[in-house]
Design a binder for this molecule. Structure first.
Ligand code: 9D3
Length: 255
């Protein structure tokens, strides 16, 4: 799949694309990323990409014309570029189900907004979907675009190790949708804090049960909505329910 990223700051993407477990996915073209500098598609000596808002008010607005010229250049190179995505604080929230859909698709054009917003006429003419990371304010769409690319790259076959391929499904509410359990590594005793004995026991079944119980416990305490969803999807077995039943009074007391 191919993602064409339109941004005023392409240099932000370079270290991101060259680092970590996802690097090979980008380097091999398994997830092909093309960076487009919006400034290159602006006209005039000043290469303006923003202007003052009609009606007044603070901040600047991204002009429609440079964005339209850049999208046209992408389409000229790539006949079926996929949907045009605008990262925007007013977009729909990106979640695992959304990431899973993008990771199974052919790619997209990713527009990274800056300033106060984008001329609405461009949005109406060219944008297919608007995505947000949540209700907090960033300075632009670059970090959200990297978040989508990273999450999509992780789901590609072969990007993670064997443990990771399980992880690919581990936060999918359709698979089990429970929060993760705690992790420990050496030393066994760190400043008087010991690794839970169950993890040192060597008993595979006991370890798996301990991890499952910690996941159920964390989820029941922090995200009871996910317990309800897992139950409704038939993802909790009798042992899970027995554990949750013992936990319930403490949870009800808000502990
Ligand atoms: C004063 C109104 N602001 C909205 C809260 C204007 C505004 C702030 C920040 C407009 C754009 C931005 C830049 N943010 C993004 O481009 C963005 C974003 C975000 O800020 N939070 C979560 N997800 C996203 S996706 C793109």
């Amino acid at each position: 799949m191919r993602f064409d990223v339109v941004t005023l700051f392409p240099e932000l993407f370079t270290p991101f694309l060259e680092s970590g477990v996802t690097r090979r996915a980008y380097a091999s073209g398994q997830v092909e990323v093309r960076l487009w500098n919006l400034r290159d598609h602006a006209e005039g000596n000043y290469r303006r990409v923003d202007d003052r808002p009609f009606g007044g008010g603070p901040g600047m607005v991204m002009m429609a014309q440079p964005l339209a010229r850049c999208v046209a250049a992408i389409r000229a190179e790539r006949p079926r570029p996929g949907p045009v995505v605008l990262f925007s604080p007013t977009g729909e929230r990106l979640d695992h189900a959304g990431v899973a859909r993008w990771s199974a698709g052919e790619g997209a054009i990713l527009l990274c907004g800056r300033y106060e917003g984008i001329d609405q006429r461009f949005v109406e003419a060219h944008v297919d979907v608007q995505l947000s990371l949540g209700d907090f304010v960033l300075s632009g769409g670059e970090i959200p675009a990297m978040a989508l690319l990273d999450a999509v790259a992780r789901l590609q076959p072969g990007v993670l190790n064997e443990a990771g391929s399980h992880e690919a499904d581990s936060f999918n509410p359709a698979i089990d949708g429970l929060l993760d359990c705690p992790h420990y590594t050496r030393p066994e005793d760190w400043e008087g804090r010991r690794v839970p004995a169950e993890l040192l026991s060597g008993h595979h079944l006991q370890i798996e049960r301990w991890r499952r119980d910690r996941r159920l416990e964390a989820t029941a305490r922090l995200r009871p909505d996910l317990i309800a969803a897992a139950r409704a999807a038939g993802r909790l077995d009798r042992q899970d329910e027995a554990f949750l039943a013992r936990l319930a009074p403490a949870c009800a007391a808000g502990l």
